[in-house]
Write a protein that binds this ligand. Structure first.
Ligand code: PGA
Length: 255
């Protein structure tokens, strides 16, 4: 495996946090810190902060992402936001299929697939989340679960488009729990995702895809995780809400 074939990316997932003044303050604090990073830097923020984030990060190395997108172009979908609505204001990335969407908002592999294809068609880069729940890990079916999610979530995505797609391996038991996967667990599943992609596409294509780890990654535990050959950065919840913490992750992923 060759890390030079792809970019390590640290993406913050702010979830349902930060009012506009709070978002402004965090982004201003982050800008000089992020400037030094050679890895990709993305902040995924609530819809109400997207325009603010795009405006404040213009001319910087920070890219902006949304936390969800609908799969239809327009229509009677009260409360939803289309891919074109995001690209038109300068949003470049979007998180799709986060476990919180799957758990609380009825997201399925089928809708993840629809959203992923709609995002790509509109020129948005998806960050597609997969991961097993604790019972699945205990039952030793992690690889079956991940393989099924990858195949269903990415069904019909072309080789060209998969290279624009980021995959985030987020074991559900590690999200927001403080219980991080071990370096070996993260590497094992990220490598397995790459193997699965190599079978679905080819090795060169699989080697070009950024595969992140997410779930309680923080300044204290990030070095070992980010040093793994198949872990290309991270999707960061809690630790993305403090500029100094996020800065440590950026520094580590830039090594
Ligand atoms: P966490 O969240 O870093 O707070 O565990 C990660 C995520 O949900 O993407």
């Amino acid at each position: 495996m060759n890390k030079e074939l792809r970019q390590a990316i640290i993406a913050g997932n702010w979830k349902m946090n930060k009012t506009r003044p709070e978002a402004k303050a965090l982004i201003e604090e982050l800008k000089p810190i992020a400037e030094k990073a050679t890895c990709g830097v993305i902040i995924c923020v609530p819809f109400t902060n997207l325009e603010t984030a795009v405006e404040l990060t213009k001319g910087t190395n920070i890219k902006v992402g949304a936390e969800n997108v609908h799969f239809k172009e327009s229509g009677a979908y009260t409360g939803e936001i289309s891919a074109a609505m995001l690209t038109e204001i300068g949003v470049e990335y979007v998180i799709i299929g986060h476990s919180e969407r799957r758990q609380y908002f009825g997201e399925t592999d089928e809708t993840v697939n629809l959203r992923t294809k709609a995002a790509l068609a509109a020129g948005l880069k998806p960050i597609v989340c997969v991961g097993e729940v604790l019972a699945e890990r205990k039952a030793d079916i992690t690889k079956e679960v991940i393989s099924t999610q990858i195949k269903l979530d990415l069904m019909g995505v072309s080789a060209e488009d998969i290279k624009k797609t980021v995959i985030a391996y987020e074991p559900v038991w590690a999200i927001g729990t403080g219980e991080v996967a071990t370096d070996e667990q993260a590497q094992e599943v990220c490598a397995f995702i790459r193997e699965t992609l190599a079978k679905l596409y080819d090795q060169a294509t699989a080697d070009a895809v950024t595969i992140q780890y997410g779930g309680s990654m923080n300044p204290k535990n990030c070095a070992g995780l980010l040093a793994q050959p198949d872990v290309d950065g991270g999707l960061i919840g809690g630790a993305s809400l403090k500029a100094a913490d996020f800065g440590v992750l950026l520094e580590e992923a830039s090594k």
